[in-house]
Ligand binder design. Sequence first.
Ligand SMILES: C[S@@+](CC[C@H](N)C(=O)[O-])C[C@H]1O[C@@H](n2cnc3c(N)ncnc32)[C@H](O)[C@@H]1O
Length: 449
Amino acid sequence: MSVIQRLAPQSAVRGVTQAREALEARYTPYFDERLRLRQLVTYVPNKAAPIHRWFQYKEGFSYQLVEMLLREFKADPTRHRIFDPFVGCGTTPLVAKQMGFGAWGIDILPVAVFVAQVKLRGPEVYDLARLRSEIDRLLTTPFHSPSLSAPQDVRIIRLAYEPNTLEQILFFKEEIQRVDNEPIREFLLLGLMSVLESVSYTSKDGQYLRLRRDKKIPAVRDVLRSQLEMMYSDLLGERTQLRLPGLAKTLSDSRGDKRCYIARADARSFIASFDDYADIIITSPPYLNRYDYSRIYSLELCLQFVNEFEELKQIRHSLLRSHIESREPPTNDVHRPALIEILDNLAGQDLNNPRIPVMIKGYFEDMNQVMKQLAQVCRPGARVALVVANTRFHGELIPVDLLLSELAADAGFKVERIIITRYKGNSSQQMGRFGRVAVRESIAIWRRA
Ligand SMILES: C[S@@+](CC[C@H](N)C(=O)[O-])C[C@H]1O[C@@H](n2cnc3c(N)ncnc32)[C@H](O)[C@@H]1O
C-alpha cells in the first residue's frame, strides 16, 4: 500500500494530488516492503567494518547492502562489472573488489574521490614496512610552526578551529607532504582528513555543518595516532584475507574486466570520457533535500582541494542540483504530470526559500540526464539498484523514487521492483506546520532492456 494512500487522511497534503495518486497506483504492484533493511541503507554498519570505517561518510549506505544486492542479482565475478556513478566513499566498488569483481565509480566531489581511491588500494599496493616507519615518524616528529596556511577567506575554517589546533593540522599536513611515496602519502593524508571534524568545533548534523562551541577538543596527535593505527591494522587484516587461495589472484589481476578504479566525473555527462561499461549498478544519488556536500565537507575540502572560497563555490555549483545554491536555471525539459502538479501546488505559496521550486525542477532535469548516461553505460540486461528517499516541501509530498523510475523507463529501463526499506519522519519544521507524514526511503530496481 502506498504512502499517499495510507497517510492521506492525516497528512495535510494540500492542493491537487491526482497525478501523484495515479503514479502511486501504477507502481503499487511493484512495491516490496522490507523494513528489516532499514539499517542497511545507512552508513551505520560501516562504522565497525574494517576499511569501510576509514572515513565517516554519513550519506552512504552499508557494505552489507551491496553484498546483499550482489547476491540477489546472482552477480558473477567472471562475467559482471560493477559501477557506481555517485560513488561517495566507495562502498560499492570496495565490496565488489573484495568479492572478486571488477568495479569502478565516479563522483564529482574531490573529497569523495580521494577517500574512495585510497580505500580501494589494497595491501598489495603498499610497502608495509615503509608505511609502518612513516606512521611512526609522523607521530613522533616534534611540532614546529608550519609554513603552510589554510584558505584565509573561508569563514568556517576560522570558526571551526582554535589557532593552535589549526597550526597542528597544518604541521602534520606539511610533514605528510614530505613523503615521496604516493600511496603512503595519501594513506597518511586520509588519516589526517578523517580526524578534522573531531578536532573542530563543528559537527556534521543532518543538512548542516553545525558550530558546537561546547565540544571538548582532543589533541590532534592523539586522534591521528588512533586513526592511523586503526587504518594500518585494517590493512594488515586485509593482507591476511588476501592469503586465501584464489582471492589474491583475482585481486592482483588489475587488467581488463577486473580493473578497479575511481575517477572524478559528472554523472550527468561522463560517458564520452570513459571506455567502460556496467552489468550491475548499485548507487544512491544526492537526495532532494537541500543538502550541500560542499558545505558539509568544507573542512576536508580546505585541507587539500581548495585554496580559496571561489574554488569552494565552483565545487558547490558543479554538484547535482539537489540544493538551493545551484546556479543553472531550469530548462523545463521534464514534463511529468506528478512533477507539474507539485510545482503548480507550490506556486504562490509562502515558501521558506523561494528557490525551492527551481531546485526541484533542476533536480529532475539533472537526474534525467543521469538516466540517459546510465542507459548508455549499461550492457543489455544490466540491473540497477538506486537507493533514494522521498521528500516533502511545504506539505507537498514528492515521490522521488517513482518519478525517477518514470525517467528511467523513458531512458530504456524496465522497472522491476521498488523495495521500501523505511519510512522516515519529516523535518520538525514541516511537522509543526503540516503534520506528521512519514516518507519512503526505497531501493528502485530496474533492468536495462
Ligand atoms: C548519497 S551520496 C552517495 C553515497 C555512496 N552511496 C556511499 O555509500 O558512500 C551522493 C553522492 O553524489 C555525489 N554527487 C553530487 N553531484 C554529483 C554529480 N553531478 N556527479 C557525480 N556525483 C555527484 C556527491 O558528492 C555524493 O558523494
